[in-house]
Design a protein around this ligand. Structure first.
Ligand code: HEM
Length: 763
């Protein structure tokens, strides 16, 4: 116990029997680390029984241990009550070390490959649909619409992992008394039971084979849920082994199919190693222990992350809104199921998840390595057997990596230009190096899908709208909110379907506002238990068939276009949103046909008598939803737009127009006026603007959110040649008032000018 003194590493004074273990009786490990960090600096040492542990938040040190010198630090910390990592048969990836770990990791990695995860996405999607129902029911059953989300997410992640790993179709999300749920909860809480056994395990780690026997023996006196779960998994493995013909696509199948040479089976002695390799597969017991590992890892970690994420959303409404905007833009509500590939387009969602995991590195208790061979790390000589533990709660709040406000929730910290300059070990919620989390892809799939689907339908507030109430954290298997996370969940008006509302308004010929009111009334009725007449309403419009829909739509278009002056706000809105009703809902084709016909109607109206007036309306319609009043007070909004289009704008109005491309609500934002600067990649958007504008994803990304969905009109207009081909030059001249020179530069300008039209298209 003099070792740290010899190494010159500061730390608390240990007790000869317990080391410093007794200090954790009242304070959980991650908080104690914080206290010691204040007292002893970023690297300090303490004892867990006789085992020396170095705790550090020095990112270079961590990089050495987790990545660069992995061959000397390939083992995890031994847990007080665990199987023998080298000898026992039922060792899983988490406890294994050396070549055994390598073999198991080689089997498990392909099971979590992107292609395999993609195949699981419909299953995940399906489980989340149940979650949506339950949130709706739970919220409507209480006056303040409160929902305890941690519990719900645990039930969801349990259902998902059971289905994805072993094809077990439980429905704990709807049935809280489900036996799997009950037993998983008990296993997670298990560390709180038998504390004396764990203490003994810490004090005499070399006797772990005795402690594990006592642990198993105790089951005969008191039911242990771990063994119940193991038995269920064992039944399935045996059944699957006997049922060779029926291959599934779950994680268990990957393990059943795995093959490798026998000399990598265990840490064998040299003589056996040289023997001819024999092809073997994973043993049944290995598969059972892995199934249990995935079950518990998948159940606990992802659900706790989701709970933190939704808590932060409720505390930061502007982030919630911006995220919802991105989700609605990329995945309009009409898509009942979300495609795996579409999730990759949700950049801001990535930032939000990463920031959640920065603020809450909930699995920090396991990010430790044991030194297997004496080596030098930095200026310390680390002896074999010593543990190195990453102090993630310190690293991930360190102002040196995260700026002056590490306590605030700011997803934009993860923008590429800021991430680029950060040390790779400054963010390690999934651990680091070759032994980092094996289920990362699966976890991310679930996290993204849940957030995208839930945010489309619900808005979350803190209970009683009290912003700033911090969570109390406790340490269990992960670090989790002590009292769960209670939020108030409001079903969004458009939860029925945003695109559906628009389509409803379009097809019914009602104004959007009227349609929404009608819909709202029906939702109220629904909540009061009365018959829901909305679906029948919708059905009525759907049943009418294409001809009926086209007819009603055309009549509403002509009604709007017929009024060549003084469009009311709602009409303008309903008109301008129409484009985005596309690419959603099951009858996409019909809708797009319908829209195409409304476009051609517009064009024929334009070509007829009221050309200039109609052109003015079109201009207003397409841009009016996005702009705030212009800089020059004596100039109307339409004037600014029209003058800009015709090249007659004053400098300030020109500048204003450019600002609207970035951010409509901040007319005075310092955006470069000089057109050349647009292409200059070093010219970044100020962050406060990015933060407040949902459409922008990065300071380098200038494309508006609404330009994202691949609307047909965008594609049509993005090709300038096709644009000229479709609409005669004379018509464009009239619409835009371009003179010959301007027309020439317009043609030459190509896409940059065409962007105006693209934006009109996307409404
Ligand atoms: C947000 C969710 C999750 C978080 C934050 C998380 C975090 C972690 C961390 C910190 C480690 C230790 C890494 C290290 O020591 O460097 C780990 C390991 C592991 N995790 Fe996860 N995890 C998550 C989800 C999952 C899921 C869903 C699964 C499986 C279905 C899973 C399976 C594993 C496995 C098998 C290991 C051991 C890897 C090895 O030792 O080679 N994790 N995880």
């Amino acid at each position: 116990m003099q070792i740290f003194k010899e190494m010159g590493v500061p730390g608390p004074e240990p007790n000869f029997l317990f080391g410093n273990l007794l200090e954790f009786r009242k304070t959980p490990l991650f908080k104690k680390y914080q206290e010691w960090r204040e007292m002893y600096g970023e690297t300090f040492g303490y004892f867990e029984g006789p085992t020396p542990v170095i705790v550090t938040s020095d990112v270079n040190f961590l990089q050495e241990v987790f990545i660069k010198q992995f061959n000397k630090f390939h083992a995890r910390k031994l847990w007080p009550v665990q199987v023998d990592p080298d000898k026992d048969e039922d060792v899983h990836l988490f406890f294994a070390r050396g070549r055994r770990w390598k073999r198991l990791r080689n089997v498990v990695n392909p099971a979590f490959s992107a292609a395999k995860i993609k195949r699981m996405s419909p299953t995940v999607n399906d489980s989340i649909n149940h979650l949506l129902d339950v949130i709706k029911e739970t919220a409507s059953s209480t006056a303040d619409k409160s929902v305890e989300v941690l519990d719900l997410f645990r039930r969801l992640t349990l259902d998902t992992i059971l289905r994805c790993e072993a094809g077990i179709d439980q429905n704990s999300i709807k049935d809280p008394s489900d036996p799997f749920l009950r037993h998983c909860k008990n296993v997670i809480d298990d560390t709180a039971k038998n504390p004396w056994l764990y203490l003994l395990g810490f004090m005499f780690p070399n006797l772990h084979c005795i402690w594990i026997r006592i642990y198993k023996f105790l089951h005969y006196f008191k039911f242990n849920p771990v063994f119940w779960l193991e038995d269920r998994m064992r039944d399935i493995v045996v059944m699957r082994r006997n049922d060779n013909g029926n291959k599934r696509i779950d994680l268990m199948q990957q393990m059943l199919d795995a093959q490798f040479s026998v000399n990598s089976f265990q840490e064998l002695d040299k003589s056996t190693e040289k023997a001819q390799p024999v092809v073997r597969s994973m043993t049944n017991e290995e598969i059972v222990s892995h199934a249990l590992l995935f079950l518990l890892a998948g159940y606990e970690t992802t659900s706790t992350t989701l709970a933190y994420l939704f808590y932060e959303m409720s505390q930061n409404p502007q982030v919630q809104e911006r995220l919802r905007h991105e989700v609605m833009t990329v995945l309009p509500r009409g898509y009942h199921s979300i495609e795996y590939d579409a999730l990759n387009k949700l950049t801001y969602l990535d930032y939000v998840i990463w920031e959640t995991l920065r603020k809450y590195p909930l699995a920090s208790t396991v990010t430790a390595r044991q030194c297997m061979e004496e080596c030098v790390v930095g200026d310390l000589c680390v002896p074999a057997g010593m543990l190195v533990h990453a102090n993630l709660w310190d690293v991930q709040y360190d102002p040196r990596h995260w700026g002056e406000d590490p306590q605030s929730f700011n997803p934009l910290r993860f923008m590429p230009e800021r991430r680029r300059h950060r040390h790779p070990a400054a963010w390690m919620p999934f651990g680091g190096g070759p032994r980092s989390c094996a289920g990362l892809r699966f976890a991310l799939l679930q996290l993204k899908m849940v957030v995208a689907k839930v945010l489309r339908d619900f808005e979350f507030d803190p209970p009683n709208k009290q912003i700033g109430v911090a969570l109390t954290l406790k340490q269990g298997a992960t670090i989790l909110p002590e009292n769960g996370v209670l939020l108030s969940a409001r079903r969004r008006d458009s939860a029925m379907s945003d695109a559906g509302v628009r389509r409803g308004s379009m097809l019914s010929g009602l104004e959007l506002i009227d349609w929404m009111n009608k819909r709202r009334e029906s939702v109220k009725e629904e909540e009061q238990g009365e018959a829901d007449d909305v679906d029948s309403d919708l059905e009525h419009w759907t049943k009418g068939g294409r001809a009926q829909r086209r007819k009603s739509s055309l009549s509403s278009v002509s009604e709007v276009l017929g009024q060549t002056t003084g469009l009311e706000q709602s009409k303008r809105y309903s008109m301008s949103r129409r484009g985005s009703a596309l690419n959603s809902e099951e009858d996409e084709m019909d809708t797009s046909n319908l829209r195409r016909s409304s476009l051609s109607l517009c064009m024929s109206l334009l070509q007829a008598d009221s050309l200039s007036k109609a052109a003015n309306i079109l201009r207003r319609v397409s841009v009016s939803g996005d702009v705030t009043p212009p800089i020059e007070e004596d100039c109307t909004e339409t004037d600014v737009i029209v003058n800009n289009m015709s090249g007659k704008a004053s400098d300030s109005n020109r500048k204003y127009m450019k600002q609207t491309t970035f951010n409509s609500s901040l007319p005075s934002c310092p955006v470069p006026v000089n057109e050349d600067e647009w292409e200059d990649k070093s010219c970044y958007m100020p962050e406060e603007i990015l933060g407040s504008h949902p459409g922008l994803k990065s300071s380098l990304c200038r494309r508006r959110g609404s330009a994202l969905p691949q609307l047909e009109s965008m594609r049509e207009a993005s090709d300038i040649d096709e644009f000229f081909h479709r609409y005669s030059e004379s018509l464009i001249t009239e619409m835009t008032n371009l003179d010959d020179d301007q027309m020439l530069s317009f043609k030459k300008g190509g896409k940059r000018h065409a962007r105006l039209y693209q934006r009109r298209g996307s409404g």
